[in-house]
Design a protein around this ligand. Sequence first.
Ligand SMILES: Cc1ncc(COP(=O)(O)O)c(C=O)c1O
Length: 280
Amino acid sequence: MSPYCYANNKIVKLTETKVLANDLAVLRGYGVFDFARIYNKTPFHLEDHFVRFCQSAKLLGLKVPVELNTVLKATANLLVKNKLKDASVRLVLTGGASDDGISLGKSQFFILMDKLTDYSPDVFTKGAKLITVQHARPLAEAKHTNYAVAVKWQEKRQKAGAIEILYVDNGKILECAMSNFGIFKGNTLITPKNDILAGVTRKIVLKLARKKFKVEERELLVSELADADEAFLTATNKYVVPIVKIDNLKIGNGKVGPNTKWLLAEFKKEIDKICYKNKK
Ligand SMILES: Cc1ncc(COP(=O)(O)O)c(C=O)c1O
């Protein structure tokens, strides 16, 4: 994590930030966050992330103490302070210190920054693996700080050589621990619609996909994976990752397919258009 962050209303050293031990974020995993990226000193869809941050807060009954403008200004200042050109930005709002340990307190608001780290190019050219875990995120539409199940299964994921955990519930596919999921059957893209986080990357990718493919946002069954030609996940820090294996099931011919390759290329063009064109 970079040394400087924004805490409540000023830029401070990360080591100087304070969250009380009776904050609901500590006691109950009760808080919200969002995670965006900056390329070439230019925020990528930060407004969409801020809108979702506010929606997550509203779902949990928390009040966001800043406007978008403050976030944009603070982020620009943090880039300079942290000497970064490309960065990740994490907005965080806690449930607040609570007298009785369960009622909401006064929220703490932070903007954290870090340098970017990407997966190795092999992940995109050869494809990656997922493992499945039975789970449905509670309050799934909110990006809340309770990732207990995701953290618990990290060791198993690593041992299996998987990039992500795919949550499945009663025979339905939902989303990954930190990404959205979709498949192609021929030239039809199918992605779960309900009980998921509305990913910002998912939204951009679906808009791009509609130029070339039929898109179905609907219930997706685990049994449909057997006839999928391609599978992929989307997330801010992962772009579009081709998935070639899920548990022991090979997806399609086990190789990265043309439709996923196209989505990834179009998504990269979108970053280029917003963050690099005319800015070099
Ligand atoms: C549970 C969950 N679903 C989906 C996503 C993908 O969302 P986005 O594309 O906005 O990064 C994330 C991102 O961290 C996530 O935590």
